[in-house]
Design a protein around this ligand. Structure first.
Ligand code: ADP
Length: 158
């Protein structure tokens, strides 16, 4: 059984993230979504809120696990006996950072493979920060995030 980890900040989870998680689940028997505690980033939503939002968004498949982590991603992956890290690539601009992280993670643990999935064209422009920006200016994010996230965004930005 191959276990894959889909890591991210998910601040908040978007339709683009869900698409990657769904596609990862098509490829791997077991998927764990890892919500990162990044001391360097100041998220809009607390870790608990982000984990709850992810859990709600993936509830269509009870076999998908959601967990949070701090520290090195490779340690989280190893802890869960996973072999694969799945990341989404939206544009060339994502590439440089992702390339660096994949090389670094390989250096830290060569038994873990990073697999990239191209963003689906309908979500390629979507990011958590663009969602927050639209919501901040009262624009509609309908269809880009779940109704639950939509409501939480409205509350957080009120
Ligand atoms: P991070 O801070 O680790 O980049 P994010 O929550 O922003 O966390 O993204 C997590 C993962 O999801 C990354 O691999 C990112 O490239 C991918 N991702 C984000 N938005 C999309 C999207 N619209 N389509 C495909 N992949 C996406």
């Amino acid at each position: 059984m191959t276990i894959a980890v889909v890591p991210g900040s998910f601040d908040p989870i978007t339709a683009g993230h869900i698409d990657i998680i769904r596609r990862a689940k098509d490829l791997y028997e077991h998927v764990i979504v890892g919500v990162v505690i990044n001391p360097g980033k100041k998220p809009l939503f607390s870790l608990e809120e982000r984990v709850e939002m992810v859990k709600d968004a993936v509830s269509w498949d009870p076999t998908i696990a959601v967990d949070s982590f701090t520290g090195l991603l490779v340690d989280f992956v190893k802890l869960h006996n996973a072999k694969v890290i799945v990341r989404g690539l939206r544009a060339v601009s994502d590439f440089e950072h992702e390339f660096q992280m994949a090389q670094l993670n390989r250096r830290l643990n060569a038994r873990i493979e990073t697999v990239f999935m191209m963003a689906s064209p309908e979500y390629a422009y979507l990011s958590s920060s663009i969602i927050k920006e639209i919501a901040m200016y009262d624009g509609s994010v309908k269809g880009l995030v779940s109704p639950n996230v939509e409501a939480l965004l409205r509350k957080a930005l009120a």
